[in-house]
Write a protein of this length. Structure first.
Length: 243
């Protein structure tokens, strides 16, 4: 069972999300270990309705792209005040815009963000946001993958969960973190559990041998094979020269 510390004096790690759809939250962040940790005060989640900063009686938040083109773009004079208000709520949190063109969300980035006070996330919609907002407010663009979603809400949840599971006390066994995919630069080795035989497929004998040194070597070998087969880029990053 996970242990959720309390009264240690550490303020909750805070996630603040600017969104047109605050009702989408907490979604999956409200269940299982994430939800329990939130209830225990390890982290907190707040949303800020972008439309509250909209213009006119209809609270307009977007307009057509300058220069023409399909879709709508979120306005700078709406997002600017919204982000200014968000900064008063979480003044020390980095401002992040979820964007397909952003820096990839990696385990190391999630760990870095988890070590801070929290994050303020802008979940865009439509064709994106006015570029001037990104420059003026120093937004860091982060992408969860090479594909496009209808909006940034799901991406925000992915980033938040990647961070909060790294917070002290959220996962029951800290050693489970160190063996996960990407923590060592390799994909995680295969996992097995009971029954010993299932549909003619048996658990590898080495895992039942009790020889922990051999088990560790087998797992390392499996991780290396899986990584070479599925993610060779992890073994040979583009910035590294091959010998």
């Amino acid at each position: 069972m996970p242990h959720f510390p309390s009264g240690d004096g550490r303020p909750p790690w805070r996630a603040l999300v600017l969104t047109l759809f605050p009702d989408a939250f907490p979604g999956p962040l409200g269940v299982s270990l994430a939800g329990q940790a939130r209830d225990a005060g390890i982290w907190s989640l707040d949303t800020l309705q972008i439309r509250d900063f909209g213009l006119g009686k209809h609270r307009q938040v977007d307009d057509t792209p300058a220069g023409g083109g399909a879709g709508m773009v979120l306005r700078a004079d709406v997002l600017g005040p919204a982000l200014d208000h968000a900064s008063t709520l979480s003044p020390d949190a980095p401002l992040i815009y979820l964007s397909p063109r952003g820096t990839p969300l990696t385990q190391s980035l999630a760990r870095s963000l988890a070590e801070g006070p929290g994050v303020t996330l802008l979940a865009g919609r439509f064709e994106g946001i006015d570029e001037r907002v990104i420059a003026a407010k120093g937004l860091k663009e982060v992408s969860i993958g090479d594909y496009v979603l209808a909006g940034g809400e799901v991406a925000a949840m992915v980033l938040i969960e990647a961070c909060i599971r790294l917070l002290p006390g959220v996962l029951g066994a800290s050693e489970s973190l160190t063996s996960e995919s990407f923590e060592t630069g390799l994909l995680e080795y295969p996992q097995f559990t009971k029954p010993r035989d299932w549909q003619g497929r048996a658990i590898p004998d080495i895992l039942l041998s009790g020889d922990h040194k051999k088990i560790e070597a087998w797992r390392r070998e499996q991780s290396e094979k899986l990584t070479a087969d599925r993610r060779p880029d992890l073994l040979h990053p583009p910035h590294q020269k091959r010998s």
